[in-house]
Design a protein around this ligand. Structure first.
Ligand code: PHE
Length: 452
């Protein structure tokens, strides 16, 4: 392992890595998906399982991904192979990276569609189209958007081009600049929205919904969704964090860095929930409304509050920014692979991949209209891809990375990167060898063989 830097470049400082990885982690997963799956799965108990998964499974696996990437300074496939070889293991471990690339491509195809919805709402807010909407009207407006493939296609295309342009510009000029400017704005806007939510009558109810733990509402399926979401929200199990880790400076502490990223990501998800549920309850809306939850609740709230048009536009810009920085990171591992393995130019690799994911995205946006009759295992394309990537592929990738880091990589190499105090290293190692793989395996097992 003699590479000092990746051929793609490296982050200017530890903080830039934290910002970039947080930019990847904080996205639609936090602001759009977390509130709606919490709503669908009954609130409190689901949130608790989710938090436990972040702490016990997500954070340790994130440490593994960062150190593998940083040790090899290559794209995830080659990084896994090189680190395996160094410890006397098979280069076939690189295959985890192949599954990861596939997960990234499949996630992007529905992610960019939702990114497109967000762009549409920025415009609608800015134009005042949603001023004074009631909850019924907001639901109808969202339904009308889903039923209009031409509009969806335009926004999906714009979102895809925005993302590919940054990836093509490379990690320093592209991702780093985007992150430096956008992440601070995101935090400020979120705090403004939370302030508004606290002033609505529904805050206590929203709080209780999220933090009163009623375990009778918890099912194995809900536990799987909580587990899968902990991977999705931290961008784990598919090589994104590994790729970002490969651009990280050697001197930075992996443990502290990863804890910061995990804490920021969790904070944003909880704040997003605390901002959205009060709006839902104070307007008598249904917390289990599904993927439209954010798109039908926020316009109502912004329609009622003073300066709602301004705040509403700002808020959707915030979500757009968060989605954008995450979407970039979904493509980065594959682009790095194409550049390193096939010596492609970054720009050609980005465009080639971009065309593929854009095309797949059309099948996802069609799920709500011209392709709504097409189903796989009873789900439309959009739901199917969301389900298998987040709930099956990412946890499976995560288990394999944990087993690899725990059983294959020699302690001295892991510690050379992690530099953890002895006791903490033991805990991390136990998590890699046993806790994380067993937790994921148990949940997957009961999903396939339900007890009820
Ligand atoms: N973490 C991102 C989010 O929460 C999604 C993502 C998943 C990004 C996997 C990269 C890799 O929106």
């Amino acid at each position: 392992m003699r590479n000092k830097t990746s051929i793609q470049g490296s982050w200017a400082s530890r903080w830039i890595f934290i910002l970039a990885a947080t930019g990847s982690a904080v996205g639609l997963g936090n602001i759009w998906k977390f509130p709606y799956i919490t709503g669908e799965n009954g609130g409190g108990a689901f949130v608790l399982v989710y938090l436990a998964c972040i702490l016990l499974v997500g954070i340790p696996i994130m440490m593994a991904e960062v150190f593998i990437g940083r040790r090899a300074r290559k794209n995830p496939i080659n990084a896994l192979s090189d680190v395996a070889e160094e410890s006397g293991g098979s280069r076939k471990w690189g295959l985890i990276g192949v599954m990861g690339m596939l997960s990234g491509v499949l996630i992007f195809s529905f992610y960019s569609v939702v990114g497109g919805w967000v762009l549409h709402y920025i415009k609608a807010m800015l134009m005042g189209d949603l001023a004074g909407t009631t909850s019924d009207q907001a639901g109808a407006a969202f339904g009308a958007l889903l039923g209009d493939p031409a509009t969806l296609l335009i926004w999906h295309t714009i979102f895809s081009i925005m993302t590919i342009a940054v990836v093509a510009a490379g990690i320093n000029k592209g991702i780093e600049t985007a992150t430096r400017i956008m992440m601070p704005i995101l935090f400020v806007l979120l705090i403004i929205l939370l302030g508004y939510a606290m002033s609505t009558g529904g805050f206590a109810e929203g709080w209780n919904f999220m933090f009163q733990f009623d375990f009778s509402k918890l099912t194995w399926n809900a536990a799987l969704i909580a587990l899968g979401h902990s991977f999705f929200t931290l961008s784990l199990g598919m090589g994104t964090i590994m790729a970002y880790g490969s651009y990280m400076t050697k001197s930075a502490s992996i443990g502290k860095t990863v804890l910061t990223i995990g804490a920021l990501d969790t904070l944003v998800a909880l704040v997003a929930g605390l901002a959205i549920f009060p709006i839902i309850f104070s307007n008598g809306m249904d917390p289990a409304a599904g993927p439209g939850l954010m798109f039908i609740s926020l316009p109502v709230a912004f329609g009622q509050m003073p300066f709602g048009q301004l705040f509403g536009t700002m808020f959707f810009v915030l979500i757009g920014v968060a989605a954008w920085t995450s979407a970039i990171s979904l493509l980065e591992p594959t682009v790095a692979f194409l550049v390193e393995r096939f010596r492609m130019k970054r720009i050609s690799a980005s465009i080639a991949l971009g065309v593929v994911v854009w095309g797949l995205g059309i099948a996802c946006l069609g799920s709500f209209n011209f392709m709504s009759d097409f189903t796989l295992f009873g789900k439309n394309t959009f739901d199917f891809l969301d389900y298998i990537t987040a709930n099956i592929m990412l946890p499976l990738g995560g288990i394999l990375i944990a087993l690899f880091a725990g059983w294959v990589v020699k302690d001295k190499f892991a510690q050379d990167e992690l530099k953890l105090p002895e006791g903490i290293y033991k805990l991390w190692n136990i998590s890699m060898k046993f806790t994380a793989p067993i937790a994921v395996a148990v949940v997957l097992y009961f999903l396939i063989n339900p007890m009820q």
